[in-house]
Design a protein around this ligand. Structure first.
Ligand SMILES: Nc1nc2c(ncn2[C@@H]2O[C@H](COP(=O)(O)OP(=O)(O)O)[C@@H](O)[C@H]2O)c(=O)[nH]1
Ligand SMILES: [Mg+2]
Length: 123
């Protein structure tokens, strides 16, 4: 797809949310560039990465937002959540507490911005 064609694509904002070091930035890098960087700096999150997809017959653009270590302090800002169409909750299958932590991410952090989330289990 030529870059000028992507400007008019519907764009969905998705966010990664979850405890530190569960693999959010790695998932984003894998999904957008099909790469794995074993020594990814925990504080180097990007604002967002863009990926074009076709879902059914509909071409669209995903803007996927990542944190830059602020999750350590549970201090994601309203601008991070604002306008998001979806949230990807991430946990580490080898650390059970990171799964338990998702409940409080949903309730305490996102309760105000997304009062009635529609949950879709992906994995
Ligand atoms: N074994 C394993 N390690 C991973 C996987 N994904 C990420 N990691 C490692 O887990 C650590 C945290 O990953 P990172 O993407 O920085 O997590 P974030 O803090 O949630 O963004 C890094 O050392 C990664 O290399 C995975 O699927 N398997
Ligand atoms: Mg990260």
């Amino acid at each position: 797809m030529a870059p000028e064609d992507t400007l008019s694509l519907p764009t969905l904002k998705l966010l990664f949310v979850g405890d530190s070091a569960v693999g959010k930035s790695s998932l984003l890098l894998r999904f957008t560039e099909d790469q794995f960087e074993p020594n990814l700096d925990p504080t180097i999150g990007v604002d967002f990465k863009v990926k074009q997809m076709v879902v059914g017959d509909l071409p669209l653009q995903l803007a996927i937002w990542d944190t830059a270590g602020q999750e350590r302090f549970r201090a994601l800002t309203p601008s991070y959540y604002r306008g998001a169409q979806g949230v990807i909750l991430v946990y580490d299958v080898t650390r059970r507490e990171t799964f338990g932590g998702l409940e409080s991410w949903l309730r305490e952090e996102m309760g105000d911005v997304m009062p009635t989330p529609k949950k879709e289990r992906m994995l």
